[in-house]
Design a protein around this ligand. Structure first.
Ligand SMILES: *Cc1c(COP(=O)(O)O)cnc(C)c1O
Length: 404
């Protein structure tokens, strides 16, 4: 067969397979919740971002259905042309009110919020300082902005300070950008110290609350609240797609910042407005988060229970397959394994045992790990059963002595 300009794609796919980096989708059936169906088999879901169990809540579904009946399925245009509805403003007002900020802007996804905001805020004469473990959308946004991008060691205030001392004066504007809760580790950024450095070096700070929103803080508004930073100058971003059970992203902060983004963020200006159903579902979710703190209480009780049980497991039955529990301040709990092959095998065996746990490997993260996310709607018994299954698969794979 004659060669074509597209042959390289086969070769690239082969390389991906050889490196064990190949990934494919797998269908989960049934309504979003702590138990779902995978290839006909029930699995307890420890791989979801639906921390409060709202994605399957009938009140979100009712709000989405009502919005579709009122407005139709699509918002039919970009927000500045024909796609803006009063519902969007209601959602933006609810976010700003909840976060204690002046205004908010909703994007069609968190990914779009990050790339649009970063590319609007800084350009070629500017400097971005980014935590090395930041989410992929922040990395893409930083590249897209055209600014000089430097990463600092994960959560290292010392490294950040040194880079500011060395490079801040050569840049026009400087933006420090970080996840609040790190999505693949579960730990928290040192936000107070970062804000203090930003004050000292005249920098803006943008914090990604994708995994903090709905989960952390007295009112569930996020890590910014939990760390006592609501009053400080700050650009807060988050998603509607994790604890809020819908789809979309937002940025919230001072009114002039939001007004500027409405005029300068291409991923907001040139894309179709968030759908009425997603908008209404997110609005209903924020109301529930604000009026039902007991969901958050349940979530944190579950987190404590699973964390303690995992600590005990690793201390009491040491296995070369499960090396340590990573430090976490969130419902994201990770147990490290020595290598990618081990973690993949453990993940597969857990699935056979009826537990869906993500096996996260390099290059996504620096070290292989089982990543478990806790939901408010998990039953204590399901958490105990997970730890028991983990113990069984870790011992079983040790006993076989060899790995693929
Ligand atoms: C999921 C996630 C995003 C992207 O949000 P989407 O709404 O899913 O596009 C951005 N940042 C972090 C840290 C995330 O975990």
């Amino acid at each position: 067969m004659a060669s074509t300009a597209y042959d390289w794609i086969h070769q690239s796919l082969n390389t991906i397979h050889k490196a064990h980096w190949y990934r494919a989708v797998e269908s989960l059936d049934g309504k979003a919740g702590p138990v779902m169906t995978c290839q006909g088999q029930p699995v307890v879901n420890f791989a979801s971002n639906d921390y409060l169990g709202l994605a399957g809540d009938p009140r979100l579904a009712a709000a989405a259905i009502a919005a579709i009946q009122t407005y139709g399925t699509g918002s039919t245009g970009s927000r500045l042309l024909s796609g803006h509805r009063d519902l969007h403003r209601q959602l933006e007002a609810a976010i700003a009110n909840w976060k204690g900020t002046e205004d908010a802007i909703v994007f069609s996804s968190g990914y779009l919020a990050n790339i649009g905001t970063l590319s609007a805020l800084v350009g070629s004469r500017d400097l971005i300082l980014a935590d090395q473990y930041n989410h992929s959308s922040l990395i893409s946004g930083a590249k897209l902005s055209g600014a000089k991008v430097q990463t600092y060691q994960h959560c290292s205030i010392q490294d950040l300070q040194q880079q500011l001392a060395a490079g801040r004066s050569q840049a026009r504007r400087c933006l420090i950008v970080t996840d609040s809760v790190f999505s693949m580790d579960g730990d928290l950024c040192p936000l107070v110290e970062i804000l203090d450095l930003a004050d000292a070096y005249d920098c803006m700070v943008m914090v990604d609350e994708a995994h903090g929103t709905g989960v952390l803080g007295q009112t569930g508004s996020g890590a910014v609240e939990a760390l006592g930073c609501r009053h400080r100058p700050l650009i807060q971003m988050g998603t509607l797609s994790k604890a809020l059970g819908s789809l979309g992203g937002y940025v919230t902060g001072p009114a002039h910042l939001i007004d500027y983004l409405r005029n300068r963020a291409p991923s907001w200006i040139y894309t179709t407005g968030l759908s009425p159903a997603d908008t209404a579902a997110a609005l209903a979710a924020i109301h529930i988060v604000q009026t039902e703190p007991q969901r958050r209480d349940r979530l944190w009780q579950n987190v404590q229970q699973l964390r303690q049980a995992l600590q005990l497991l690793i201390a009491a039955s040491p296995s070369p397959r499960l090396t340590s529990l990573l430090p976490s301040d969130s419902p994201i709990l990770c147990v490290e394994a020595p290598d990618a092959a081990t973690v993949t095998q453990l993940g597969q065996r857990l699935k056979v045992a009826g537990f869906l746990v993500s096996a996260v490997r390099p290059p996504t993260v620096s070290t292989s790990r089982l990543r478990m996310t806790v939901m408010a709607t998990h039953e204590p018994l399901q958490l105990r059963q997970l730890v028991k299954a983990l113990q069984t698969v870790a011992i079983a794979s040790s006993a076989t002595g060899h790995l693929p």
